[in-house]
Design a binder for this molecule. Structure first.
Ligand SMILES: [Ca+2]
Ligand SMILES: [Ca+2]
Ligand SMILES: [Ca+2]
Length: 532
């Protein structure tokens, strides 16, 4: 079992990255306050948090063109007769305060029944789903008055888009909670949507082939991901839906945010207290907060930007021949499925392609991104679990001695900004180089297992940093059931149990079961309050 002596760890890292000099400075007062990195995160540019709340919840920058006309989500909802109960099973959440009072009352009455079609007709009727969407009450699914007639009616040409909240908000469950699924209650922005089945939701669209760049594909005759076979431009709607709907390929609570043709969904993360979270993304690919929002809006929430000349240049820069093949296949699908008028997202163009600030050469309105930054900084983390104080104290002591070569004890200060090299967090990391790229980009490479899959193409080399893992905020852990960014470990006890083996990713264990239990309680109790 690898034992991390702070010094040894820093030495091995130093060989790789001079940036670590700051965090491994021997003058660090790590032992005193448990803060290991003095490297300050980039200051966050901030606008107006109240305006940012609206952006966070409802801004789409026109991506309803993609979700309604290209992926055809509403058409799929109608075709599959997705009832409100089905929507909750997919993990969608409903903001009760957005519902018209009469509907709110009727649904409350039905929720008190056995939910059978006889006793709960509205909850078993797709027409109610449409009503709830039109009321803008499904968190993250944004209905727009696209035909500008002053009301929202999907049957009359109004459209729905997607906002950040679909993955980065929940409810307080005050009205209803479907265990393992969605909930109904007051909106809570910030916590990750851990029970959202994003794969299944994408499959619900009538033209799921439109999210081709985010699927597990066969490129250059090869495929990487959890499915045995990759999808191709010839794969039909049913085949794409089967991939997306299979939680063994696309786990619940994850989203495949890398448009690289690899099947590498990663766990949704919280967006509260983003002043503590830099660098952003599990590969630490973003140092600047607004850049990840821009990337999300300009490519993940409207993938059709990838077949613009700039998008194609970006794919080629990132993926070489595989990127060119991906773009060609995607263009073929868009033509075949009669998707026109793309890209849909409203953004300025002419920015440098491949720059972290404008990957596909586009930028959405910066004022809105900075407003949203302010909101994501202002959102507070939930309180930690109430646990036995003596046990948590023992856990804290063990954590302070064993885990602070990387993590802070105090979660009210920014996480250390270092990236932990893949070989340091995953002893079995043995990447095979698949393609070389122009500096500063690292080579495209893949190691057996899923732990490095997010980073096959995407890593922090775009900003001159190493390939590795950013440190997560150890917050809201009590609500989590799967751990590590690839969703590979079930439960905190399992994460810390040496039974996972010395070669497993994050092999930092507490062998004694009693001490492990103390550590788990300590971790579950963490919040940004006093440092326990
Ligand atoms: Ca579908
Ligand atoms: Ca991917
Ligand atoms: Ca791998």
């Amino acid at each position: 079992m690898p034992i991390f002596h702070r010094k040894a760890f820093c030495m091995s890292m130093l060989a790789i990255s001079a940036a670590l000099m700051t965090s491994c400075d021997s003058g660090s007062d790590a032992s005193k306050d448990g803060v290991i990195s003095k490297a300050k995160p980039e200051p966050i540019a901030m606008g107006n948090p109240a305006a940012g709340k609206e952006v966070y919840r409802f801004e789409t920058f026109g991506n309803e063109g993609f979700w309604t006309d290209a992926a055809r989500m509403p058409e799929g909802v109608l075709a599959a007769k997705v009832t409100p109960i089905d929507a909750l099973k997919i993990g969608l959440s409903v903001d009760v305060e957005m519902l018209p009072p009469a509907l709110r009352k009727a649904l409350a009455a039905e929720l008190a029944t056995d939910l059978s079609p006889a006793k709960a007709p509205l909850l078993n009727d797709v027409k109610t789903t449409v009503q709830i969407i039109e009321a803008n009450a499904v968190i993250g699914i944004v209905a727009k008055d696209s035909n500008r007639d002053g009301r929202i009616d999907l049957a009359k040409g109004d459209k729905v888009g997607v906002s950040c909240t679909i993955c980065h908000a929940i409810t307080d469950k005050s009205v209803y909670d479907l265990p393992g699924g969605g909930s109904i209650g007051r909106r809570v922005d910030g916590p990750a949507a851990l029970t959202l089945n994003m794969g299944k939701l994408l499959a619900t669209a009538a033209n799921s082939r439109a999210v081709y760049p985010n699927l597990q594909l066969e490129l250059g005759g090869k495929t990487i991901g959890r499915a045995p076979k990759g999808l191709t431009p010839a794969s039909n709607e049913a085949e794409v839906d089967a991939y997306l709907s299979n939680p063994a390929f696309y786990p619940v609570g994850t989203f495949d945010d890398t448009q690289d043709g690899h099947g590498n969904p990663v766990v949704n993360v919280p967006l509260f207290r983003q002043d503590l979270a830099a660098p952003f993304g599990s590969a630490g690919e973003h140092a600047i907060l607004e850049n990840i929002g821009n990337a999300s809006y300009t490519s993940n929430l409207d993938p059709t930007t990838l077949v613009t000349p700039e998008g194609r240049a970006f794919l080629e820069m990132m993926g070489g021949a595989a990127g060119v093949e991906l773009a060609a296949g995607y263009a073929k699908i868009l033509a075949e499925t009669k998707v026109t008028g793309h890209p849909f997202v409203t953004a300025s163009s002419g920015h440098p392609v491949g720059d972290v600030a404008s990957p596909v050469g586009r930028k959405v309105d910066r004022t809105k991104l900075l407003d949203m930054n302010a909101y994501m900084v202002a959102l507070q983390a939930p309180k930690g679990a109430h646990v036995d104080t003596a046990a948590a104290k023992r856990g804290r002591e063990r954590f302070t001695s064993d885990c602070t070569s990387c993590h802070n004890v105090d979660q009210s200060v920014p996480v250390p900004t270092i990236l932990v090299a893949m070989s340091d967090i995953s002893p079995s990391y043995a990447p095979e180089v698949l393609a070389q790229r122009t500096a500063p980009l690292s080579a495209i490479q893949n190691s057996p297992g899923t732990f490095d899959d997010k980073m096959i193409v995407v890593d922090a080399s775009t900003r001159g940093e190493i390939r590795g893992n950013a440190l997560p905020m150890l917050l809201d852990l009590d609500r989590r059931s799967v751990f590590l960014h690839d969703s590979s470990v079930q439960g905190l006890d399992a994460l810390l149990d040496p039974a996972r083996g010395p070669q497993a990713p994050h092999p930092f264990y507490v062998a004694d079961a009693k001490q492990r239990s103390d550590m788990v309680l300590f971790l579950r109790s963490l919040d940004t309050g006093d440092a326990h």
